[in-house]
Design a protein around this ligand. Structure first.
Ligand code: NAD
Ligand code: MN
Length: 375
C-alpha cells in the first residue's frame, strides 16, 4: 500500500476553515482508494508571528523537506500583522526554498458555479495557466532612495518629476534564460499531456519591457521550435487580459512571467466563479516536495463565520493526490466536488446559498468515498 507524508500549513483567516475540509475529504478517500497517509500540522503564519515575531521558524524549509507534499491553506491577516509580514512569510519562502518555479492554475469552470460571462458556455472553457513563480519582478530587488542618493543619480537625471520627488523606489525584475526556459518547457510538456488543442500562448510585453521580455520571447521561440507538435503564439499581456474575457475558449496552456501570471490568474478565477473555486499547485523539479494551495488568501472579511467555499481547496487536494500518484482518489474528489456544485443543494454564500464550509465539505467527502467504494 502506498503511503504519503503530508505537511499541512493551515495559516490564517479562512485557511484553517478550508483545511479542515481538506483533511475530512482526505480521511474519507484514503481507505477506499487504498493508500495510507500521515499529516503534520505546522501552525505557521500571522498567528505564529504574533507569538514568535516571525511567521515560521528558521529551519522551516529543512523541516518540510522530509515530506512528500505540502498543503497550504492561506497566510495573511492584516488585522494582526502588517501585510509585508505575510508577503515574506511561508508562501514565498517555500516557493523560493524548494525552487517551485511553476505555479499551475487550471481554469475549467464547474457547471453550477456562478459564471460571469454571457458567452461562451462554461463548459467550452478548459485551459491552464503556468505562472513562473521564482523570478521576475517578485525577487525583492531594489530599494527606496532619496533623490540625492548617488546610487540613483543617473535615474534622477532622466526626468524632472524624479528630481522633484522626495523619494524614488526601484523595483528590479530578474528574468533569467534558464529560469524562463524551465517554466516554458513545462508549459509545452503540459500541452502535450493534455487532450486539449495543443497550443501554448505566451504572455509577454516586449514593446514596453524590452530587456526581460525580449529574453523571455527568445527562449519561448527556442522552446517552441523544440516542440513542433505543439502550436505556439504570443500575446501582449494587455491584449491577453482582454482575450481571457472575450475569447477564453481559444486558450489551452498559457505561460506567463510571475507578475503577469499573478494578475491573469485572479482574472481567470473570476471565470471559475470566484476565488472560492480556483485551485493551484507549485511545482519544482521533483527533488523537493511540491506545494498545493488554493489561489485565495485568508479572506478576513468572511473568516470566523464558517462560510468560506472549500471548493478551491478540494480541487487543490485533487491536484495533490494526482501528483502523489493516487489517480483514483484524485478523480473521485474532483468528480465529487463537481457533482455537489452541479446539484446546487449545498451552496456557500458566494454561490448564493446559505450552507457552511463544513456542510459543503461533508457532502463532497461523502460522495467521493461512495464513488471509490463503487469502483
Ligand atoms: P482573499 O483571496 O483573501 O479575498 C478576496 C475576496 O475573495 C474576499 O472578498 C473574500 O471573501 C473572497 N474569497 C476568498 N476566498 C474565498 C472562499 N474560499 N470562499 C468565499 N469567498 C472567498 O484576498 P485579499 O483580501 O486580497 O487578501 C487577504 C489576506 O490574504 C491578505 O493578508 C493577503 O496578503 C493574503 N493572501 C494570501 C495568499 C496566500 O496565502 N497564498 C494569497 C492571496 C492573499
Ligand atoms: Mn495572487
Amino acid at each position: 500500500m502506498s503511503s504519503h507524508r503530508i505537511a499541512v500549513i493551515d495559516g490564517d483567516g479562512i485557511g484553517p476553515e478550508v483545511v479542515a475540509e481538506v483533511l475530512r475529504v482526505l480521511d474519507a478517500v484514503a481507505e477506499p482508494a487504498g493508500f495510507e497517509y500521515e499529516t503534520t500540522l505546522f501552525p505557521w503564519g500571522c498567528r505564529y508571528y504574533v507569538e514568535h515575531g516571525h511567521t515560521m521558524p528558521a529551519d522551516a524549509i529543512a523541516m518540510l523537506a522530509h515530506y512528500d507534499a505540502i498543503f497550504l491553506g492561506a497566510v495573511g491577516d492584516p488585522r494582526i500583522a502588517p501585510e509585508e509580514v505575510a508577503g515574506v512569510g511561508p508562501v514565498l519562502a517555500i516557493r523560493f526554498g524548494f525552487d517551485q518555479y511553476a505555479n499551475i492554475r487550471p481554469v475549467k469552470p464547474l457547471p453550477g458555479a456562478p459564471y460571469p460571462l454571457a458567452r461562451p458556455a462554461p463548459d467550452a472553457i478548459d485551459f491552464t495557466v503556468v505562472r513562473e513563480a521564482t523570478e521576475g519582478i517578485y525577487v525583492g530587488l531594489g530599494g527606496r532612495f532619496a533623490p540625492d542618493d548617488p546610487q540613483v543619480a543617473e535615474i534622477v537625471a532622466m526626468r524632472k518629476v524624479f528630481e522633484q520627488s522626495s523619494e524614488i523606489a526601484l523595483q528590479t525584475g530578474v528574468f533569467s534564460e534558464a529560469g524562463s526556459r524551465r517554466v516554458i518547457e513545462r508549459a509545452f510538456l503540459l500541452a502535450e499531456e493534455r487532450d486539449g488543442r495543443r497550443l501554448v500562448t505566451s504572455a509577454t510585453k516586449a514593446n514596453a519591457m524590452k530587456h526581460g521580455m525580449s529574453l523571455w520571447n527568445d527562449v519561448f521561440a527556442d522552446v517552441a521550435r523544440e516542440h513542433p507538435d505543439v502550436q505556439s503564439e504570443w500575446n501582449n499581456i494587455d491584449a491577453l487580459a482582454m482575450r481571457f474575457v472575450l475569447k477564453p475558449e481559444s486558450l489551452d496552456v498559457v505561460v506567463a512571467p510571475n507578475l503577469f501570471g499573478d494578475i491573469l490568474t485572479d482574472l481567470s478565477a473570476a471565470l471559475l466563479g470566484g476565488l472560492g473555486f480556483a485551485p493551484s499547485a507549485n511545482l519544482g523539479d521533483g527533488h523537493f516536495p511540491a506545494m498545493f494551495e488554493p489561489c485565495h488568501g485568508s479572506a478576513p472579511d468572511i473568516s470566523g463565520k464558517g462560510i468560506a467555499n472549500p471548493t478551491a481547496s478540494l480541487l487543490t487536494l485533487a491536484m495533490m493526490l494526482e501528483r502523489l500518484g493516487e489517480q483514483a482518489a484524485a478523480r473521485a474528489v474532483e468528480d465529487a466536488v463537481r457533482s455537489v456544485v452541479a446539484a446546487g443543494e449545498v451552496r456557500t454564500p458566494d454561490m448564493g446559498g446559505a450552507s457552511s464550509t463544513e456542510e459543503m465539505g461533508r457532502a463532497m467527502a461523502g460522495i467521493a468515498a461512495e464513488m471509490l467504494a463503487e469502483r
